[in-house]
Design a protein around this ligand. Structure first.
Ligand code: PGA
Length: 252
């Protein structure tokens, strides 16, 4: 049975004391619920990773980074290597978020290198894909997502691919308050699963966790997560308050 995941992408939010409070509140709230086959992943800014992994040792959540540079070490001022993440016991890392594609010009080829660098050190990539609004309006959304997935992931063998989590995040839904409908999400998730089945095999496709991201919140999570191919969510704005994040976690 494939794993269900709710991951909170904090993006560039929270100063130290606020981060500490949020992590503690979520850890305490998770102690009160029983999650079956479900993982909660907190992805704070890198400066809080150590604090988060410390708490995670005694808590019921995993930790993800928001970014990585695809070299083990070297003259890359300001960057963080997969070795450093591994040493902090970070479990996951977001790769290919639309904000990084847009503001930092990250290409599919560069993202492939990040995927490889993370897998080399046992960190699981949460690989984001998704189309822009004009691409959806032009009916190109399937082709766009196919290209992103093919060019950054499909060089992997089946065993390595089994370590990947995919997050479908239509860019027009991110931070806009406009969520994909449950039908739109299900249709794209089923399509991605089909691509995986064609490239690898039915079993790999069946076992791949595919998250939805884009204005997912406490109100709409339940109906999105009820779709057969939606295995949880990558949550931005709504993960910054423990209560709403927990509402989403318990919607799974
Ligand atoms: P949002 O962001 O939930 O604020 O739309 C999701 C994401 O960017 O991962």
């Amino acid at each position: 049975m494939r794993k269900k995941i709710v991951a909170g992408n904090w993006k560039m939010n929270k100063v130290f004391a606020e981060a500490e409070t949020l992590i503690t509140e979520i850890a305490d709230a998770l102690d009160e619920v029983e999650l079956i086959n479900t993982e909660v992943v907190l992805c704070p800014p890198s400066i809080y990773l150590e604090m988060t992994t410390d708490v995670a040792e005694e808590a019921n959540f995993m930790v993800g980074a928001q970014n990585v540079y695809p070299e083990d070490s070297g003259a890359f001022t300001g960057e963080i290597s997969p070795l450093m993440l591994k040493a902090l016991k970070v479990d996951y890392c977001i790769v290919g978020h639309s904000e990084r594609r847009k503001y930092f010009g990250e290409s599919n080829e560069f993202l492939l290198r990040k995927v490889d660098a993370l897998l080399k050190h046992g960190i699981r990539p949460i690989f984001c894909c998704g189309e822009l609004l004009p691409e959806r309006e032009a009916g190109q959304h399937f082709d766009v997502v196919k290209k992103q997935v093919e060019e950054s992931l499909f060089h992997l063998g089946a065993e390595a691919f089994a370590r990947i989590v995919i997050a479908y995040e239509p860019v027009w839904a991110i931070g806009t308050g406009v969520t994909a409908s449950k039908e739109q999400a299900q249709e794209m998730h089923a399509y991605i699963r089909q691509l995986v089945a064609e490239k690898y095999n039915a079993k790999t496709a069946e076992n791949t966790t595919i998250l939805y991201g884009g204005s997912c919140n406490g109100k709409n999570a339940m109906e999105l997560f009820a779709q057969p191919d939606v295995d949880g969510g990558l949550i931005g704005g709504a993960c910054l308050k423990a209560e709403e994040f927990m509402q989403i976690v318990t919607s799974l």
